[in-house]
Ligand binder design. Structure first.
Ligand SMILES: C[S@@+](CC[C@H](N)C(=O)[O-])C[C@H]1O[C@@H](n2cnc3c(N)ncnc32)[C@H](O)[C@@H]1O
Length: 249
């Protein structure tokens, strides 16, 4: 079911990445990430997990940073291959489940992922696997969100409703109906089976990462308000609670 969902989404996702490749936007991401790994000594081996159409390989690859991207879905890896070719970027791409990779122990200096962890059936197993393939002192950068939490937590629902009304009134935009049974049945089904849908995050992640041996260095809620700008997000109808976690092995 999860693989089918992402296979269906691959083409729309690819169009989104084209929008994100506009210079000012991608530079904001690049500067943010480089700041969080500036203490690591290169050349760096970086793994992008759930790479999708390859946003992180596209913006991060350089002569000092070798990127590997993995994704569960063949269609996403095909989109990533096309984009890397179009932008003349060199990176290694593999179809692979991030909960059980084929990489040797301590291969990577840095593991990065965006909007991936929420969709995993067993995120604790994934974090354990990532700990194994990170070098000692290596860095984990997680960008993720609580897309469904307003269906479970009354205070999140209140905040969601207020932002939804604001976006409608100010920009005449209907926000994406995450997990709505009537208007978005596929997403509702996904919400029902994903383990993290109803968990309080990033607290769940902090606790799990720490129990596995990671040191959590930084947690930033609503990082996109800082990275992109709060009003710019709202103007695009983006009201979901998102967070960033930086951890080290
Ligand atoms: C929301 S997309 C994010 C894509 C990309 N990281 C980005 O931000 O543009 C989530 C991606 O995770 C991939 N994915 C889902 N489960 C996975 C797993 N178990 N292992 C590896 N990739 C997975 C999906 O195929 C999809 O490409």
């Amino acid at each position: 079911m999860i693989k089918d969902y992402w296979t269906k989404a691959s083409s729309d996702y690819s169009d989104l990445i084209d929008e994100e490749m506009q210079k000012s936007y991608k530079d904001k991401w690049l500067n943010f990430i480089l700041d969080e790994i500036k203490d690591l000594e290169g050349p760096l081996e970086i793994l992008d997990i759930g790479t999708g159409p390859g946003f992180f390989p596209l913006i991060l690859s350089s002569k000092d940073r070798h990127l590997t991207g993995i994704d569960l879905t063949e269609a996403m890896i095909e989109e990533a291959q096309k984009k890397l070719q179009a932008f003349h970027v060199d990176a290694d791409l593999f179809i692979m489940d991030c909960q059980e990779t084929t990489f040797p122990d301590q291969k990577f200096d840095c593991i990065i992922c965006r909007n991936l962890v929420w969709t995993l059936p067993d995120p604790e197993k994934a974090y354990k696997e990532w700990f194994r393939i990170l070098k000692p002192g290596g860095r984990l950068l997680i960008f993720d969100g609580s897309w469904y939490i307003h269906h479970f937590d009354p205070s999140a629902k209140e905040k969601y409703q207020a932002l939804k009304d604001y976006v409608k009134k100010t920009y005449d935009i209907d926000v994406y109906p995450y997990g709505d049974k009537e208007t978005n049945p596929d997403d509702y089904e996904l919400m029902k089976i994903t383990f993290l849908s109803d968990k309080a995050r990033p607290a769940w992640d902090e606790k799990t990462l720490t129990s596995l041996g990671f040191t959590v260095d930084k947690v930033l809620e609503d990082y996109l308000d800082f990275l992109v700008g709060k009003e710019e997000r709202l103007a695009r109808g983006d009201i979901s609670p998102v967070f960033f976690i930086k951890a080290s092995k």
